[in-house]
Ligand binder design. Sequence first.
Ligand code: GLU
Length: 334
Amino acid sequence: MKAPGPVAAAVRRAPRAFAVLALGAVLLTGCGATGTPVDPAPVSAAERPLPVGVQENPTTASTSAAPVPECNPTQSLRPGPLPPAGQMPAGSTMANIQARGKLIAGVDQNTYLFGFRNPSTNRLEGFDIDRVHDVAEAIFGPSPNIDEKIQYKVISSAERVNALKNGEVDIVARTFTANCQRWADINFSAIYYVAGQKLLVPTSSTVESLDQLAGKKVCAARGSTSIGRIVAKKAVPVATDTWSDCLVMLQQNQVEGVSTDDTILAGMVKQDPNTKIVGPPLSDEPYGIGIPKQNEDMVRFVNGVLEKSIGDGSWAQSAQTWVGGAQPPVRQYR
Ligand code: GLU
């Protein structure tokens, strides 16, 4: 933790006279009354600790003014016929993964409904995790223990593009918006879900949209597209490493709201019924599976897997489980 604990912070702030008084109180209590709890720090003055790595007004790629090449971010590479599971074409990216024995997938473990760790099983679950399972089963063959064929790497929003660029992962399935800035560095699969950025506030709040929070602190994960829109609406962006940290900051009254994809916010509402989603969608966030730039065979393969899951109803079943049902987005290919 970077921030001092509440007691340490309060003690550091306390004037010396207070410290002496407090010490006196401790001594008196120690000699006299029994069973009276001693708390030399006035609780009302104690600051709640901030999550590690919190940054106000971060400068991130999504807020930088670097020119972005034009593209159609929702158009991916046309899928070819899927090879039979366990028989990946020689020399292909998928054959390398098959030979390695594990698909390496960049995922989240902090986003309830999309990529989170189920505390009772200790397994990763969610809509994005189902997409990883589909790809792994297409390479290795269906299995009730498909997790044994996957090496999960938990990565933050900010780490997604570099994890792919550096070849640390084969795929990233992590509420990953396909946009032209990211397409410049990596490939995306066809779109498998379209979210939209909204705002989360406490149920007691009268705020109805991000426009009303100009000059106020609003949380989003560092490296997410969400930060850019918070800036555009003149709110003060507060960046965290994980989405859970944003929820904690809202619960501790350290920010006025959390603004990101409605999918992620829906998971927060499920975890904390004292929060609500408000406002119109501020954007389209089309989710694609990220794949390294050079692995075009893998892009076509993953798109084949996606088409298959939509065709055989497993995508719909997964959507039913995690997002209360949805229509699959129209896949676009070039
Ligand atoms: N979909 C947005 C993005 O890709 C926000 C979600 C996230 O960062 O996890 O940046």
